[in-house]
Write a protein that binds this ligand. Structure first.
Ligand code: NAD
Ligand code: ZN
Length: 355
């Protein structure tokens, strides 16, 4: 079947460009009027970023707290409820998501759910969205997830953690201002960056990648690695993150992401750090890239967590291993159809015990 690759094709890049946000929205959406919704990671009330936003009267400023957990479907539903309470049936001109992967994914999901009935949990999965979403703009304040460019909004729902994966989840534009990265905790910035590095490594080592995905993944990996080796600029890092997101629709993640789901779900680690915990133990799959990640950690003064599964029961480790098989598509890309024989549950548990 014909496959159409969509890219987020409107980009503003440069230090201080946050000041152009309203003008950017106007350029992108000349035919739309109405209020704007800002979905802002609440951390930015204290970083100075909030104060740089210039809402008009009538715009809605909504702070989302992502410090305790990554986004949930109920949070998205609640935000949409509040927008409807304030504005009735009037749709916004644009939804603007400002923050890391969590705030950007929340904004994506809100823009979809303002025009689609029911709960956001009904739309977790592939191409379930029917109605056209409200236009949206991403303003990343962490670089690595690629959420600003990908077609998925990752949410935890009542039954599963799974993205709303659809064309309607894609941003219409991205504004990349490297100044906004500066307030991030260096450890968090490192682990989010490593999420991007690992996406690229897994994409490049998987069979699912095609001629469209490969150059995006290669350049993403190069830019992220250069930055964390002290060579590249923050601008390049942001572009690297964007390119990683652009590669996802034409590739797949692999063993690390499959195993990291259990580490997040059962042991409570955030996405980026969970991936780094797992990746360290995957030398047999990703060889020299594991060395490269260790070298970047050392250079950036990051101590990768060790012994995180000490004291975790065998029963829990078994459940974590079962969870890994939910990412079947990614495991097939990494190892072929025979993945259960190559990586049986007891081998996954053995890897977990060494983390
Ligand atoms: P995050 O958005 O969860 O933020 C991590 C922490 O950093 C939070 O406490 C946040 O408040 C804080 N923070 C963010 N920017 C800051 C800044 N500039 N200054 C100070 N603090 C800041 O982290 P993330 O790693 O960017 O995103 C992780 C989420 O992205 C997960 O939910 C993951 O599943 C999702 N994800 C999505 C995609 C996609 O394609 N949609 C891809 C990979 C990961
Ligand atoms: Zn990831």
């Amino acid at each position: 079947m014909m496959k159409i690759t969509k890219l987020v094709s409107n980009i503003v890049l440069g230090r201080g460009c946050i000041r152009e946000l309203k003008a950017f929205a106007g350029e992108l959406l000349p035919d739309r009027s109405g209020y704007d919704v800002f979905i802002v990671d609440s951390v930015h009330r204290n970083t100075g970023t909030w104060d740089q936003l210039t809402p008009d009267s009538g715009d809605l400023m909504m702070a989302v707290d992502v410090s305790a957990h990554e986004p949930k479907t109920e949070q998205v539903d609640e935000l949409c409820g509040r927008i409807r309470e304030e504005k009735g049936d009037a749709l916004p001109r644009v939804v603007i998501g400002i923050g890391g992967g969590s705030a950007m994914d929340t904004a994506k999901a809100v823009s979809v759910m303002l025009t689609n009935p029911g709960s956001s949990a009904d739309y977790q999965g592939w191409d379930r969205v029917k109605e056209k979403a409200v236009p949206k703009i991403a303003v990343p304040t962490l670089a690595g997830t690629g959420a600003e460019a990908s077609r998925t909004a990752v949410l935890s729902g009542p039954v599963r953690k799974l993205g709303i994966n659809s064309e309607q989840s894609m941003f219409n534009g991205v504004l990349m201002d490297p100044d906004l990265l500066e307030s991030a905790d260096p450890e968090q910035a490192f682990y989010t960056g490593m999420d991007g590095f690992i996406h690229a490594v897994e994409a490049l080592n998987g069979s699912a990648i095609n001629a469209m995905g490969r150059p995006f993944a290669e350049k993403s990996k190069e830019a992220i690695q250069r930055f964390f080796s002290g060579e590249g600029s923050a601008e390049e890092l942001m572009v690297g993150s964007y390119l990683g997101g652009a590669s996802i629709a034409n590739s797949s993640v692999g063993v690390c992401h499959a195993l990291s789901y259990g580490v997040s779900f059962y042991l409570g680690y955030r996405h980026g750090i969970a991936n780094a915990i797992v990746f360290q133990r995957l030398e047999e799959f990703y060889g020299r890239d594991v060395e490269a990640l260790r070298a970047m950690a050392l250079r950036n003064g990051i101590e990768l967590p060790q012994d995180v599964t000490a004291g975790v029961s065998s029963a829990t480790l078994d459940k974590m291993a079962e969870m890994a098989y939910l990412l079947e598509r990614d495991l097939i890309s990494a190892m072929g159809e025979d993945y259960r024989r190559i990586l049986p549950p007891e081998r996954i548990v053995d890897l977990y015990r060494r983390m």
